[in-house]
Design a protein around this ligand. Sequence first.
Ligand code: PEP
Ligand code: MN
Length: 337
Amino acid sequence: MIVVMRMGSPMSSVESVVKRIADLGGQAHVSHGTERTIIGVIGDQRTLNPQTLEVLADVEKVVPILHRFKLTSRDFRPERTVISIGDVAIGGDEVVIMAGPCAVESEEQLWETAQAVKKAGAKILRGGAFKPRTSPYSFQGLGFEGLRLLREVADELGMLVVTEVVSPEMVPLVAEYADILQVGTRNMSNHSLLRMVGQTQHPVLLKRGMMATIEEFLMAAEYILTYDNYQVMLCERGIRTFETFTRNTLDISAIPALHELSHLPVIVDPSHSTGKAFLVEYASRAAIAAGADGLIVEVHPHPEEALSDGVQSLRPEKFAAMMADLKRVAMAVGRVL
Ligand code: PEP
Ligand code: MN
């Protein structure tokens, strides 16, 4: 349930409610909105009944949250969350573009790609250092060297870094080098990893499990938010359907659905959702038109030589042309790119 405080309630009243919740064995999560303060209550509903909280000073009302996800829901935080990292704001008016290779392969490959995507308007450099591959015989990534290269190149160009972390033990190391921790589709339900990234207080890009429902996706985000880490971006990256022409099926309706249910920003991955380079620009246009707050796109200077996901990677020239086109789509729906 949530406790809605009266407009202009003093901090002392908010603190009293938080203390009462703790005394009753519950957990209080406070959200200060522009108009009023809302307190999310997690705990045993038998001891924490609404009447015990309703009587406290400056409490306007106590209402149940009907969804299974609580802190992630819009009931708890009616205003959209904007995640600010350096001078980049994700979830505001701007559509933020993350781009780079599927995997960091070498210093030259990363430099060439990063310079090109930065010039075309990308603010965040993507690239896998630890790759979760379907086959143990496929390229697994450069590991630590990949992390080091991402940081070095991004710093030189004034970009942020997003990269995947595949296991809980690696979280502190990856958090040292990356601005945003990516949790991949295969790990969306890895609860020990979710708890660990929650504890870092680092921004997180959480990808939707390829077979997860929207509710399961939001429940995964909930694991991170329970550690009071609200800097979570939800990434729609396609789900498995009976269709085999595309690698996955991009669930366009998930974008407005997630915005309706949750206050968290929504990012779309047009590369893994389609699996084909020629489809990336169409999926990107559709995503922005449907309200996506950002895109994460794979770009490679020589896709035919890529060690992973070459078929879905855009050449830098194609990426630049797509960006020019997407600016117009963003403008048409009241956003900037
Ligand atoms: C990636 O973005 O590098 C990746 C592996 O994506 P996903 O987890 O969506 O397959
Ligand atoms: Mn990839």
